[in-house]
Design a protein around this ligand. Structure first.
Ligand code: ATP
Ligand code: TZE
Ligand code: MG
Length: 279
């Protein structure tokens, strides 16, 4: 975020910023290499396409030297991590392109936690997780509690805000925690995004899809990952709100959310994104 511009305290500034980034994604169609979990591939690719980006699910280590340097951004997600895929993740994250990390179920095992910490050391522009994932990463702790829910969160996003700030300061990455309110922080500034509907949690891999979309926005705005991630989360949440108006449950919301993302226009984005810089 530009220190010189104090306009980010103005809600209208955020609306214009979100629209200008979405318009740029549509105009420039950034190519996003996704090394993502098997559950999320379809919704992540469709969310990227609906927003105007070009997804490519390329995860073979042998393709990274040729392919990754030609991408505008890289998305790494450890949701269905295996020993085979970790070298590709490392290599793609090290290829010099802006990249983002989704630490799905970081606390599930020592293997997964170590992989996430190793990837974090490769300095993603953004790490986006749910509250339980961000708490686990900040504390470097594998789940011991009985209410651990794997890929789902057992905490509210606000519970992970201090952990997110600490993680951002210790890693140099922007950290985004999703939930009823999404918090996005570089360790000093905190932006809140309060679009979205609770039903989004009932569709598998909506979090994975929004992290993929963050990669596309970071490709457009690599020098301001905080603003790029915040605008992405608000836009995706807004698509969920509009989609919910025509939906009966998770399956129809999945379809209507993707349609709403595709159809977003300037008036809707500028008047309905709910983004603010927190005191
Ligand atoms: N209670 C809520 N109200 C409104 N929006 C929500 C709520 N909970 C989650 N969301 C939105 O749903 C999306 C997914 O966030 P969530 O925290 O469920 O991710 P996740 O747990 O990583 O999901 P997954 O692992 O299934 O991909 C985000 O865009 C987030 O803003
Ligand atoms: C359910 C599930 N399990 C591993 S990844 C994934 C998708 C949501 O993160
Ligand atoms: Mg997740």
């Amino acid at each position: 975020m530009d220190d010189a511009a104090k306009e980010e305290r103005d809600p209208a500034w955020w609306g214009r910023r979100a629209w200008s980034l979405l318009s740029a994604v549509r105009a420039r169609a950034p190519l996003v290499q996704c090394i993502t979990n098997l559950v999320s591939m379809d919704i992540a690719a469709n969310a990227l396409l609906a927003a105007g980006a070009s997804p490519a699910m390329v995860h073979s280590l042998r393709e990274v030297p040729d392919f990754t340097p030609r991408c505008d951004a890289v998305y790494v997600n450890v949701g269905t991590l295996s020993e085979d895929w970790l070298p590709s993740m490392r290599a793609a994250a090290s290829a010099g392109r802006p990249w983002v990390l989704d630490p799905v179920a970081a606390a599930a095992s020592g293997f997964r936690m170590e992989a996430c910490l190793e990837l974090l050391a490769l300095r993603p522009a953004v790490v986006r997780g749910n509250a339980s994932e961000i708490l686990a990463l900040a504390n470097r702790s594998v789940a011991a509690s009985s209410n651990f829910k794997g890929a789902d969160s057992s905490h509210e996003s606000v519970d992970a805000l201090e952990a997110a700030k600490a993680l951002a300061l210790s890693t140099g990455s922007v950290v985004a925690v999703s939930g009823a309110v999404d918090f996005i922080t570089n360790g000093e500034q905190v932006v809140g995004a309060s679009n979205g509907v609770p039903m989004m949690q009932k569709i598998t891999a909506t979090g994975c899809a929004v992290t993929a979309l963050i990669a596309a926005f970071v490709a457009i705005e690599p020098s301001d990952a905080l603003v790029a991630a915040a605008c992405t989360l608000a836009i995706f949440g807004l698509a969920g709100e509009i989609g919910m108006e025509s939906s009966k449950g998770p399956a129809s919301l999945r379809m209507h959310l993707i349609d709403a993302l595709y159809c977003l226009d300037e008036e809707t984005v500028t008047s309905r994104v709910k983004l603010s810089l927190r005191p």
